[in-house]
Write a new protein. Structure first.
Length: 162
């Protein structure tokens, strides 16, 4: 259904909160609220876990690459990397062919901490799977992938005339 100017403005609570984008945001906030306290008990935040988990899956990322996969700016990733280096959970290594590029790697301590945090995240994911049932869980994953892949082609509406 195409959105017309008349349809674009609504203050109907049910309609606004029923939009997929709004529901995705509320789901994200609910997951964030659920995962942060147990992650912090093991010494990491959700942001630090994202860094550790991505380095566990893809060792050797640069800071800029890590920022892209985590979904933050290179400026925002820097303090997270510094904190994890200071804690001995990740280390910087000079790229074998490009001496001005530093790759990031988990240390042995970093792998242990990531495993502790990932145990929590796996438990959370299993809770979601149990709540939905296996079939709906798989369907949701597929639908969310469709949403993710469709976002680069979205074009915002033109500015309203002044």
């Amino acid at each position: 259904m195409a959105v017309t100017d008349e349809m674009a403005v609504t203050f109907d609570r049910e309609e606004m909160l029923g939009r997929v984008a709004s529901t995705l945001r509320r789901a994200d906030l609910a997951v964030l609220a659920a995962k942060e306290p147990p992650l912090r008990k093991v010494g990491v935040s959700g942001s630090l876990y994202a860094v550790l988990a991505n380095l566990g899956v893809t060792p050797g990322l640069t800071g800029a690459e890590l920022a892209r996969v985590v979904g933050v700016t290179p400026q925002a990733i820097t303090p997270l990397v510094v904190k994890l280096v200071e804690r001995g959970l990740i280390e910087r290594r000079t790229h074998p062919r490009h001496s001005n590029i530093q790759e990031l790697q988990l240390t042995d301590s970093g792998r242990r901490e990531t495993a502790r945090a990932d145990r929590i995240m796996l438990h959370l994911d299993n809770h979601i799977r149990d709540s939905l049932g296996t079939e709906d869980y798989q369907r949701l994953r597929v639908l969310l992938d469709v949403v993710i892949k469709s976002m680069p082609s979205w074009v915002p509406p033109p500015d309203e005339p002044s």
